[in-house]
Design a binder for this molecule. Structure first.
Ligand code: SF4
Length: 318
């Protein structure tokens, strides 16, 4: 199949048609044992759900992790940027699943038709005037076009690459005491390997913004999730930045999986410590601005009075 230079680069360097690593069954069973041992050692009154966001919250501040886990954050609402991202992801899904070539605008309009089934999205969409809707559609169509220009044509290469989009994966540990879950934007490779233990999958997250260190941690978490769910880790995980066509990729090996497992164990212990009423280790930072406890936290980097002074200063300069 004819690929553009950009698609060929992605195919050869990111997907990588080379030999895949082998993982013995022990690798995954030891990971599961390690995490379950940590869960067994603590008291958790109810199932603890962990995903990439909650692990990142804990990486920032135990107070932030605890506040979000306790449900202190306000109800979720769509922003224009988030809605455009959701639309673009849905359009990518339709693009990969569809039977025929479609123009990007048609696809994003179809994506809207699907997404309005979701109440939160419909509320956001109904509140936009015609021009704002067109802008949001255009943003999503541009993202879809970037995806098409960067990735090989997945629909036409379905047999070779076995693509799955918006793949929701959940793992229950120790009878559901801890639940790990995540939705991967794109997974390539089927589960049927020529030999058991041979890695076949590549997990990719698609981003339109710039790279952040958390992105690598997110993908390590996905590597762990796939390993625990299917018994074999992916051979590689990557974040693909659509604006630049560059990626941040990591080949999956034991240290990558160990690091992800360690973060999960850290979250289990942090949740148990909070349940036991132990003092949380607070670590202020820029994220205090959106922390639900910022108004009451004694060390917040953005206590309400400072935010008010900041807002006043900005207003004066304006
Ligand atoms: S305000 Fe900042 S330091 Fe305090 S709990 Fe929230 S994130 Fe942590």
């Amino acid at each position: 199949m004819e690929l553009t230079p950009s698609q060929r680069r992605t195919f050869e360097r990111l997907i990588g048609p080379g030999e895949r690593p082998f993982f013995s069954a022990d690798v995954v069973s030891h990971l599961r044992d390690r995490i379950e041992e940590a869960v067994r050692a603590v008291e958790l009154p109810e199932p603890l759900w962990l995903g990439k966001s909650s692990l990142n919250d804990l990486g920032r501040c135990a107070g932030l992790f605890d506040a979000i886990r306790a449900g202190e954050r306000g109800p979720f609402s769509f922003t224009p940027r988030f809605a455009a991202g959701r639309l673009a992801h849905k359009a990518v899904e339709l693009e990969v699943a569809g039977r025929e070539d479609r123009d990007p605008h048609g696809l994003v309009e179809e994506a809207v038709d699907r997404l309005v089934d979701d109440e939160a999205f419909r509320g956001f969409w109904d509140g936009l005037d015609g021009l704002r809707r067109d802008e949001t559609l255009m943003d999503a169509a541009k993202t879809l076009e970037l995806f098409r220009s960067t990735m090989p044509p997945l629909r036409r290469m379905r047999r070779e690459l076995a693509p799955s989009t918006e793949w929701h994966v959940r793992v229950e540990l120790l009878g559901g005491a801890v639940v790990l879950s995540g939705t991967m934007d794109l997974v390539l490779g089927s589960g049927s390997a020529v030999e058991p233990g041979r890695a076949t999958r590549l997990a990719i997250d698609l981003k339109t913004g710039r790279a952040w260190p958390e992105h690598a941690e997110d993908m390590r978490f996905y590597a762990l999730l796939l390993a625990l769910r299917f018994g074999v880790p992916p051979y590689r995980v990557a974040t693909l930045y659509l604006e630049s066509g560059e990626w941040q990729a990591e080949d999956v090996d034991q240290p990558v999986l160990d690091r992800a497992a360690e973060r999960v164990i850290g979250a289990v212990r942090a949740a148990a410590a909070s349940e036991a009423g132990r003092e949380l280790e607070l670590a202020p930072g820029p994220y205090c601005r959106w922390c639900p406890r910022t108004a009451t936290c004694p060390v917040s980097a953005f206590p309400p009075e400072r935010d008010a002074v900041h807002a006043e200063a900005v207003a004066t300069i304006d």
